[in-house]
Design a protein around this ligand. Structure first.
Ligand code: ATP
Ligand code: MG
Length: 562
């Protein structure tokens, strides 16, 4: 409307109605509205109307921008949250098969680029609608001119498309380069100690620089290409406009008002077309980011550990493995094969065996981080798969081989085991885990931040905090996977005593190399190369005089670890 009103405005300035005789009917009709108003008043009314229209237009534009910013932030948030939920729920084997850096990149950057793609798409719709309105106006003024212009514009658009045809593959390269960069960053941080210890700083710096340069180059190329669209389309369009103006005016000068209106609208249309081209090109560049995000969010192409329906409260008899085998994804040999073992409720069961025998794998199967490849695990007389997963895991506390510390206070790190635990309960657990003393000596005691990955604590200290985290949970089933291997003999002895108290009327599964821990167990399972080769109590195994007895005697003589 703002534009249309310019037509009578132009007519008013011309001061005469005779010129309209040659004009198009749209121009004439608009003039009719003001025919009885004096030229001066007409000028003022029209000027006011134009201001109002433009004001309204900008109000709408601003509301659109705000609505859009809101939508964009919501979409960004929902994508990130969806991907994080995916990380938490997808089967562990899927996460292991992916590079962490790549996953981080999708979560951090590609989600952002995806919401940008959506913004571009909506922009595209708005621009197309605006263009349609303009084109209808143009058609009403002169369909012949419009047709000519449309054909020429199509040619311009196609030539731009031709120059920017490599944008899509560049977009794919950008996603790839970004994810390699994220992997390098991730590995740089995680492996910093190894890098420095082996003096590989310059090697790593070079590797990082190469990847970083690749990212810069790709984005530079992308920007150069995308940036060329605007200038290219503007220059071509202006050439087009000027051609029309000159040719038409050379033929008939009385055509001027209509032609001016036409060109004015065309001039307003031109940035919209430029925007349309620009949006199309950026959308192509962003497609790969959208694909990455969508394939990660997609739940149909990933494995999940599904929870069963049976509520679980109490372990009554025990955990039983029946011919269980398990093969990690991508491995040829099963980590655990044809194992039939029993873990009795209320007793302590030790799992021993050489490194790589499959001990931690068994724990992973009990916690249902993975589902068995064949065979069955029974909890009392129900298959593990039928139990409600969170009920089951709620009754388990595990101190695993690789202790993880969250970057927060010691108190919260221990309290992670039981979110409702009081400070006194946390301190009591720390005392049992023989951690209270060293925690009290930390600068802010229990409120000391243990930093990223708990770097400020020693291996043994972290192990004791992890132990306190498990104790505060007060679980029915306590699993210790080499939970005391980083401790000195005195600390270990103290913890062993605490564990003896803890393990009363509790099902404890302990993986250990030290004799002192194993000797306390009610039952020992010996694993070798994924098979349970011996099981029984200490006396039975010694009588059997197999692998365990051999290693036992060896360690007893050398007073060494198992
Ligand atoms: N996440 C995994 N993906 C693929 N293979 C794995 C994975 N974890 C373990 N394995 C393989 O499974 C086998 C058993 O590993 P597991 O961790 O159960 O041994 P372990 O008895 O706990 O050894 P250790 O005493 O050294 O901790 C090993 O051969 C190992 O290479
Ligand atoms: Mg292990």
């Amino acid at each position: 409307m703002g534009i249309s009103l310019f037509i009578p405005l132009l007519q008013s300035l011309a001061q005469t109605n005779s010129q309209t005789s040659n004009s198009n009917f749209v121009v004439r009709d608009l003039n009719q509205i003001f025919i009885h108003v004096s030229p001066n008043e007409r000028l003022i009314i029209i000027a006011l109307c134009v201001v109002c229209c433009i004001f309204l237009k900008n109000c709408l534009g601003y509301s659109n921008a705000i609505l859009f910013a809101w939508l964009n932030s919501r979409i960004g948030h929902r994508l990130r949250s969806g991907i994080y939920q995916q990380f938490l729920s997808v089967s562990y084997s899927f996460l292991e098969s992916q590079e962490s850096g790549k996953l981080m990149n999708v979560l951090a950057s590609e989600t952002w680029r995806t919401s940008q793609a959506l913004a571009t798409l909506v922009g595209l719709i708005i621009t197309t609608s605006t263009i349609t309105v303009y084109v209808v106006l143009l058609l009403l003024i002169s369909w012949q001119l419009t047709l000519t212009v449309c054909i020429l514009m199509l040619v311009i658009s196609l030539s731009i498309q031709f120059t920017t045809r490599s944008v899509k593959s560049l977009g794919e390269q950008a996603v790839e380069a970004n994810s390699v960069l994220a992997t390098r960053m991730w590995e740089g941080f995680a492996g910093m100690k190894v890098i420095r210890a082996f003096g590989r700083e310059s090697y790593e710096q070079e590797r990082f620089n190469n990847v970083s340069k690749k990212v810069s180059h790709t984005f530079l190329k992308l920007d150069i290409l995308s940036g060329s669209v605007g200038p290219l389309s503007e220059v071509l369009s202006v050439i087009l406009l000027m051609c029309i103006l000159v040719i038409a005016l050379l033929q008939d000068r009385s055509y001027l008002p209509t032609l001016l209106t036409f060109i004015f609208i065309l001039y307003r249309l031109q940035p919209q077309v430029k925007q349309l081209d620009g949006a199309r090109v950026s959308l192509m560049a962003l497609t790969s980011a959208v694909d990455e995000v969508m394939s990660l969010v997609d739940r149909t192409n990933k494995p999940y550990i599904h929870s069963g329906d049976v509520a679980f409260n109490n372990l009554k008899q025990g955990i039983y493995f029946e011919s269980v085998s398990f093969l990690y994804n991508g491995l040829e040999n099963p980590a655990v094969s044809d194992i039939s073992i029993g873990i009795t409720q209320g007793k302590t069961t030790a799992i021993v065996g050489p490194s790589g025998a499959g001990k931690s794998t068994i724990i992973g199967l009990i916690c249902r981080f993975y589902d068995v490849t064949s065979g069955k695990i029974y909890i009392d007389d129900l298959p593990l798969k039928e139990l409600n997963l969170s009920d089951w895991r709620n009754q388990i506390a595990i101190v695993s081989q690789d202790v993880y510390m969250f970057s927060t206070t010691v108190l919260e790190n221990i309290g992670y085991g039981e979110l409702n635990a009081t400070k006194n309960e946390i301190i009591a657990a720390a005392k049992l885990a023989n951690a209270h003393e060293f925690i009290s000596q930390l600068p802010q005691g229990y409120d000391t931040k243990v930093g990223d990955r708990g770097v400020r604590l020693s291996g043994g200290q972290r192990q004791r905090i992890a132990l306190a985290r498990a104790i505060v949970r007060n679980p029915q089933i306590l699993i210790l996977d080499e939970a005391t291997n980083a401790l000195d003999s005195i600390s270990e002895h103290l913890i062993q005593e605490a564990l003896n108290t803890l393990s009363q009327n509790r099902t404890v599964i302990v993986i250990a190399h030290r004799l002192s821990t194993i000797e306390q167990a009610d039952r020992i399972i010996v694993l070798n190369e994924g098979r349970a080769i011996e099981q029984g109590n200490l006396r039975q195994l010694l009588e059997l005089d197999g692998m365990f007895a051999q290693l036992y005697r060896l360690q007893y003589c050398n007073a060494h670890t198992f």
